[in-house]
Write a protein that binds this ligand. Structure first.
Ligand SMILES: NC(=O)c1ccc[n+]([C@@H]2O[C@H](COP(=O)([O-])OP(=O)(O)OC[C@H]3O[C@@H](n4cnc5c(N)ncnc54)[C@H](OP(=O)(O)O)[C@@H]3O)[C@@H](O)[C@H]2O)c1
Length: 385
């Protein structure tokens, strides 16, 4: 179902007024024109039906796209990679002013292929190899170079979330320490999507995990969920204030103390967690959800050989070939990870751009306030008349 431009041009000042009345605004994207608080700067814009793709391109429909913490940082303007500005979301149609379409990952389904495209057909599920491709849109024309076909047998949610979090978990677990069955890994933010993947990938190799979460009214329930996923132990950061806690973890890990700490929170609690590590351990930071710096005990660095690293999956993608990416996705698909705890939020076809924009701003406001407590996936329906 489509929306006539004439009905909406005056409501949506991003859409070009020069588009003929007969052109139907078939698709929708979430956009921003300047960085700022996502709960203020996000809007939606509708744009015309995509023409047949050029020879080396495909048209895709995005089925679902996650809202990741880094997407929020991109919109805020505090993330190192950013989407390219675009004044056209459908070839041949110009917007009033350039916009940025957020969204770094998502599941796309091919709707049409250009005449030179080989090995892809209508209906195939793909993800995008390019960083910041603007997945918070309902349909786009993409160069075939930027498309990676997915292994079969993935659920819609696992396919939509395969490019960022599981590869981060997978690579951090294989890059810094040669982990063997029976070894221990410590992590914070254990209920995050990355944390859930770390738990499952570790458990699949017989690697045990010590997991930290924030306490909440239903802490025991969350501990149970993570244990069912394969977590060996789940604690809250509050436990770190108890002196006897360190002794009990030392008894648990015995003569094989953890040598890998995976950190997406930072702040003082993470510094305390380093006390659980053995000699020559590695702290790998991949996020800073507390928005606080990470300070490490100097003594542990001097006397116990503690080493600190950072990991960025974007860098991994830019330094690895298409074949290596495909091999990684195949490895991850084989693991049959449970879908991250999630909620799919629909931008319904019946909403006007103003209503859809208000809904998106409300969603990101709630994410900022921690009201979902799970990964939010955006499903953008094509608008209808
Ligand atoms: N470097 C990389 O390549 C890379 C790749 C993927 C992800 N990341 C980063 O990894 C982190 C997790 O990403 P995700 O997609 O897995 O996240 P997610 O599923 O959205 O989960 C967010 C996590 O952050 C926790 N959190 C939020 N605010 C916090 C605070 N003030 N103090 C402590 N914990 C807090 C949440 O705990 P509650 O449930 O208690 O709110 C939850 O565990 C993010 O920082 C993301 O940017 C980095």
């Amino acid at each position: 179902m489509f929306r006539q431009l004439s009905r909406h041009a005056n409501l949506n000042n991003l859409t070009s007024p020069s588009v003929p009345r007969s052109v139907r605004l078939a698709h929708r994207a979430v956009v921003f024109t300047e960085n700022g608080d996502p709960a203020s700067v996000l809007k939606t814009v509708t744009y015309p039906t995509l023409p047949a793709p050029p020879r080396d391109n495909v048209n895709v429909r995005f089925r679902i796209s996650p809202i990741n913490p880094s997407d929020i940082n991109v919109i805020e303007g505090v993330y190192p990679s950013k989407p390219a500005p675009s004044d056209s979301l459908s070839p041949g149609h110009k917007l009033h002013q350039p916009v940025y379409v957020p969204g770094n990952e998502g599941l796309a389904e091919i709707t049409e292929v250009g005449e030179n495209v080989k090995g892809l057909k209508k209906g195939d599920w793909v993800v995008l190899a390019k960083q910041q491709p603007g997945t918070w849109s309902s349909a786009r024309t993409i160069s075939v170079e930027d498309v990676v076909k997915l292994p079969v047998d993935l659920s819609e949610v696992n396919a939509a979330t395969i490019t960022v979090n599981p590869p981060t978990a997978y690579n951090m677990l294989r890059t810094f320490v040669d982990l063997k069955e029976g070894d221990w890994v410590v992590q914070n933010g254990a209920n995050s999507a990355v944390g859930q993947a770390i738990i499952q990938i570790s458990a699949s190799r017989g690697v045990k995990t010590i997991n930290f979460i924030r306490s909440r009214p239903d802490t025991e329930n969350l501990k149970k969920q993570l244990t069912e996923l394969g977590a060996t132990r789940v604690y809250t950061y509050d436990d770190l204030s108890d002196k006897s806690f360190y002794k009990s973890v030392k008894e648990l890990t015995g003569d094989n103390p953890p040598r890998l700490l995976l950190n997406c929170v930072s702040g003082p609690a993470t510094a305390q967690m380093t006390r659980l590590l053995g000699n020559n351990a590695h702290v790998v930071s991949y996020g800073a959800m507390s928005k606080k710096p990470l300070t490490l005990p100097t003594g542990a660095m001097i006397f116990k050989g503690l080493t600190a690293h950072g990991f960025w999956v974007t860098k991994w993608y830019t330094t690895h070939s298409r074949e290596e990416r495909e091999a990684l996705f195949a490895e991850i698909a084989k693991l049959k990870l449970r879908e991250p705890e999630h909620e799919t939020v629909v931008l319904s076809s019946s909403l006007t751009d103003e209503e859809a924009g208000e809904k998106v701003r409300e969603i990101v406001r709630k994410i900022g306030e921690g009201k979902y407590g799970k990964k939010v996936l955006l499903k953008i329906e094509d608008p209808e008349d």
